[in-house]
Write a new protein. Sequence first.
Length: 157
Amino acid sequence: MENTATLSDIEKAKILLNKLRIIKGQVAHIATCDQNGQPNLAPVGSMRITNDGKVHVIYGYLKKTYSNLKTNPKATFSFFQIPSFIGFFREKEEEILGYRIYCDFVEAINNEAGLEGETSQILKKFPWFLRKPFSKFAKKNFKKVLVFEIKNIRATK
């Protein structure tokens, strides 16, 4: 897929993604396919768009997803914010509620410094009183950082 994502699209998606709160059950999803075209969809709580326009996901429990990516690097992320009940009826038709981000898997970073740096970024999405328990959980369970190159972004309205 040719890269058609603009810097503006990436920045808008980054802002909305950073507003998602794991504690509120707001997660992204990643869709992949294996070499035979069998689809897989998995929730991702540790996704972020970096300043250089890449997508980073902390790998811990995504065994099928990672297996798929090693044979077929194409992936799509989907996330959106659920408007409040009242806001749902007042939303403007053109208001963006979320994004679909089409990517190619580039690499898996499995060094301790890279993993700790990524975990510290994700910690910002947690309330202060949950950061220490999450940090302990991350050290025990997270293995790698999966890196994706953004190819296209589509808004969900």
